[in-house]
Design a binder for this molecule. Structure first.
Ligand code: ATP
Length: 565
């Protein structure tokens, strides 16, 4: 994970390193000056080596500070890295091929992941600079200690080893504590937003008291988990401080013995003691920051998962890339911990045909749409796509080449035209395309025509008009395969027939699968796949009506329901 963090903002890394070195030199400068003065005071003449180093540092610093904006280079690196990371993450979130099992909510995205990226400030701004400062100070201490024959340089290594071991032990419990804290926070936040959105419903059903109790339980759980996290952080701080200040005390004793045995002079021991104090303070800071980084690990793991699932979209397809057949062979699919929805199931969809998909509620029709769109992975069997010369196409092209509309598509606030032309690469004569398919004629009767505002979610127009616009918007994308999932289920008869007519026209040169439960629609389709008992059965309505008792029963019930309406 740490290595990966350096891949972001790497253009700013050089500048950041320059600033880190200059900051370190600034820290060493007073110690070296004091050393030169001490030697001069003690011996009556200047130590050539130390004075030379001091003058070199002073020249270097003067030159460095003459450069513009030198004091903000670590910040520039930090902002650039965070911005790149945030952009990649958001690209992953809005990728239409994202893993649907990732269960992203606004809470997870904002509270955990985006805040997790913000907390990476600590890595770029503090952990890395502290790590460099510790390394440089330690190198200087080793050189001086070996030069002056003192063993004090061993102590920081022992201290770091002990910190590492104790951190490793603490880290064993850290993921659990952090996860529980995060989950407590998310679950409380989700409950709050959900209750707030449905507050009128809760009051109307007098269920607000019950929901308040449930929210109280969640906030109490979160309070406990926050206390656990604080306890854990205090414990680790205590261990860290004991190790650091213990090492500093031992080094003072060691240096005192060195002076007593005349191995080093008082100024030499003072220089080493100050360096030791600087080093251990930086190590303490580093240990503390590493701690914060460990606490962002759950968020980072998730962030990188989202980024990694971003697939590079294939270029505009050529004629030979177009899908003309999709086959499922011996396919098995089950959601985790649930019974299989498909078992050794076979399905064959060819272009130029309109297929209906019918089945009982919960039999897996919408799930099949997700499998075909590459959003669910099958556990056994084969999903294959072919072009018109029967060449097998890569399955990665599926999400991009399949269009899907559900019963409740989303319209964005803006004009009808903005919604219709939402997709990339729409042809200039799109209005003619709609006319040829008999779609959206109602727009001509609207005073503002295509410039009519639809409102958020399309609330300013009727459900039938909303569905026609969403349906037309997809048709303009010119996909190879269309899956319509109950598109006519919640609209009036007139709009329903307009859409059905367009679907029939579309199916003359595309693969079209229409998921429906409506008898009046099913009755107008040539070929039906009946999904029953984990398998698909293909036939005309009359074939299935004769051969399959379950189909017969389902259709009889549906017919009866529709006749009553
Ligand atoms: N993401 C999911 N995780 C777990 N189970 C799921 C998920 N999505 C759907 N299911 C379950 O899988 C089963 C099939 O759901 P699906 O929506 O595919 O059925 P359907 O045939 O389209 O139903 P309907 O006719 O009511 O629309 C249901 O029992 C549903 O609860």
């Amino acid at each position: 994970m740490i290595k990966r963090l350096f891949t972001y903002g790497h253009k700013g890394l050089k500048g950041a390193l320059q600033q880190i070195i200059s900051d370190w030199l600034m820290m060493v400068l007073p110690i070296l000056t004091a050393a030169v003065v001490f030697f001069w005071y003690q011996t009556g003449h200047l130590n050539i080596v130390l004075t030379g180093i001091l003058i070199a540092i002073l020249l270097l610093m003067t030159f460095y500070f003459a450069l513009p904006r030198t004091r903000s280079r670590i910040n520039q690196w930090t902002s650039a890295a965070k911005q790149e990371l945030r952009q990649e993450y958001l690209k992953g979130i809005f990728n239409p091929h994202s893993d649907p099992t990732a269960k992203l909510t606004a809470q997870t995205v904002i509270n955990r992941d985006l805040q997790g990226i913000d907390r990476l400030d600590v890595f770029y701004n503090s952990v890395f600079p502290s790590f460099c400062a510790v390394t440089l100070t330690y190198l200087l201490l080793i050189i001086l200690a070996i030069w002056w024959h003192s063993w004090v340089w061993i102590l920081p290594i022992v201290c770091i080893l002990l910190i590492g071991i104790s951190m490793m032990l603490l880290q064993k419990i850290s993921p659990k504590v952090n996860w529980e804290y995060m989950n407590g926070w998310l679950s409380m936040g989700n409950r709050f937003i959900d209750d707030l959105q449905g507050i009128n419903t809760l009051v109307m059903y007098q269920a607000d008291q019950r929901y308040q109790t449930s929210f109280n339980e969640k906030s109490e759980f979160f309070r406990q988990k926050t206390m656990d996290l604080l306890k854990y952080q205090l414990q680790s701080l205590l261990i860290l401080n004991t190790l650091i200040f213990g090492t500093l005390a031992i080094s003072s004793v060691m240096l005192w013995f060195d002076v007593q045995s005349s191995r080093i002079s008082i100024p030499e021991s003072l220089i080493m003691w100050v360096l030791m104090a600087e080093l251990l303070t930086a190590e303490r800071q580093l240990g503390y920051f590493v701690h914060i980084i460990i606490s962002t690990k759950p968020a980072m793991t998730h962030i990188f998962k989202v980024i990694d699932q971003t697939q590079i979209l294939p270029n505009q397809p050529t004629e030979s890339d177009l899908i003309s057949e999709i086959k499922l062979e011996q396919v098995t699919f089950a959601y985790p911990d649930k019974a299989a929805l498909l078992k050794d199931a076979n399905l064959d969809l060819k272009n130029g045909k309109l297929y209906g998909l019918v089945g009982h509620n919960g039999s897996g029709k919408s799930t099949l749409a997700e499998i075909l769109r590459g959003q669910q992975k099958i556990s056994a069997g084969k999903l294959q796509t072919f072009n018109k010369t029967q060449k097998v196409l890569p399955n990665q092209c599926l999400p991009n080449r399949i269009g899907y509309v559900s019963a409740q598509p989303y319209l964005f606030s803006g004009t009808i035209e903005e919604n219709l032309t939402l997709g990339n690469g729409i042809e200039a004569n799109w209005q003619q395309t709609l006319k040829n398919l008999g779609l959206c004629d109602f727009i001509n009767d609207l005073p503002e025509g295509f410039a009519t505002q639809v409102g958020e979610g399309g609330r300013l127009i009727s459900p039938g008009q909303r569905q026609q616009i969403a349906f037309s918007r997809l048709i303009l994308m010119n996909k190879d395969v269309y899956i319509f999932d109950e598109v006519t289920a919640s609209i009036d008869e007139v709009n329903s027939q307009i859409i059905l007519k367009a679907i029939k026209k579309l199916s003359t040169d595309k693969i079209v699968l229409l998921i429906t439960h409506e008898w009046t629609i099913i009755n107008q389709l040539d070929l039906i796949y009946f999904l029953n008992d984990q398998h698909f059965e293909l036939g005309t309505v009359s074939d299935l009506d004769q051969s399959n008792k379950d189909f017969q029963k389902l259709m009889a019930t549906q017919k009866m329901l529709e006749e009553k309406l």
